[in-house]
Design a protein around this ligand. Structure first.
Ligand code: FES
Length: 322
């Protein structure tokens, strides 16, 4: 994440569904057009937006492309065992439907100056496909390893492979395929590995790339960290803007306490996965429990996700730019 972000910069605005298409089994693309004359904000590969899928309920979707008409394209997998957000998109987002979105926001930046190894699992192809386009535009050497349970459910697999047969490997489980992540990342490389997909795949990539430099592994997780609900201690938060000091009890978040005190804070997922509530830290040491910041960014303690992260054990007070 870029340094110096102040919570509240990313505005909410309305967009209209301009097109939708079934692109794979249980996957639709949805094109979102601006409402009014202002064009949609620009974005870079790896960015995602917050989408209000139902009143008071937001989900995060990676941007796949900007269409020639200037519309944002996202791809959404219908999750049969999910919490209902994807079903709301599949069933409720007809052409003409208006929704509120926020962002774009990018915690999964693409570095065109170094070769890229892309590893995608299932719907994790969405930010990766934008990165493939960015790599092509920049002339960055790249390769893509794309795995899924069934070929029919793998969005963009055919197009990507047809366009780049020597760079794209498609591994479909229903054809007996299996992605050998360990073998793939075994040797020393000067590349950056980018991975988005199911938790198991991302964990495997992190483990297989453990010998790579830490700045060479970039993972996009939209699932909460394993320690998100670990017990915490009470601590104080000083709000630098107002000078007020609040107490955060052991069983509550900074976000909850700040909102209760009447502080306006943008938030969305409230589980440490979207980055919306990122807040600059001016003093103190943080127990980071998000899946947004990289290990290096967490070690820096320059910002924190106040929906889940807390003062580190032994740190009695955080001073935040709120
Ligand atoms: S609201 Fe999503 S990271 Fe805090």
């Amino acid at each position: 994440m870029s340094a110096g972000i102040t919570n509240g910069q990313a505005a909410r605005f309305r967009v209209r569904v301009a097109d939708r298409r079934v692109v794979a089994e249980d996957v639709v693309t949805v094109d979102l057009a601006p409402v009014g004359d202002a064009p949609l904000p620009s974005w870079e590969a790896g960015a995602h937006i917050d989408v209000e899928v139902a009143p008071g309920t937001e989900r995060q979707y990676s941007l796949v492309a900007t269409t020639p008409e200037g519309h944002w394209r996202v791809a959404v997998l219908r999750e049969h065992d999910g919490r209902g957000g994807s079903v709301a998109v599949h069933e409720g987002f007809a052409v003409g439907h208006e929704v509120v979105v926020g962002g774009p926001r990018n915690h999964f930046g693409f570095d065109a100056s170094r070769p890229a190894v892309f590893v995608a699992g299932g719907i994790g192809i969405t930010p990766i496909s934008a990165m493939v386009a960015a790599a092509e535009t920049a002339g960055t050497p790249w390769e893509l390893h794309y795995a899924g349970r069934s070929r029919a459910g793998m969005a963009f697999a055919r197009e990507l492979h047809e366009a780049h047969p020597d760079r794209v490997t498609v591994v479909a489980g229903d054809e007996g395929g299996r992605l050998d992540v360990t073998g793939l990342l075994a040797g020393p490389r000067d590349a950056i590995v980018y991975c988005c997909g199911p938790r198991r795949l991302m964990d495997a990539v992190e483990a297989a790339a453990a010998h790579w430099p830490t700045d060479s592994v970039r993972i996009e997780r939209f699932e909460p960290a394993a320690d998100v609900d670990a017990p915490g201690e009470a601590f104080a938060v000083e709000l630098a803007v107002t000078g007020e000091t609040l107490t955060v009890p052991a069983d509550r978040s900074v976000l909850d306490v700040a909102e209760e005190a009447g502080v306006f804070v943008l938030s969305s997922c409230r589980e440490g996965t979207c980055g919306t509530c990122e807040t600059p830290v001016l003093e103190g040491t943080v127990d980071h429990r998000d899946t947004v910041l990289s290990p290096a960014e967490q070690a820096d303690d320059r910002t924190m996700m106040i929906c889940v992260s807390r003062a580190a054990s032994g740190c009695r007070k955080l001073v935040l730019e709120l």
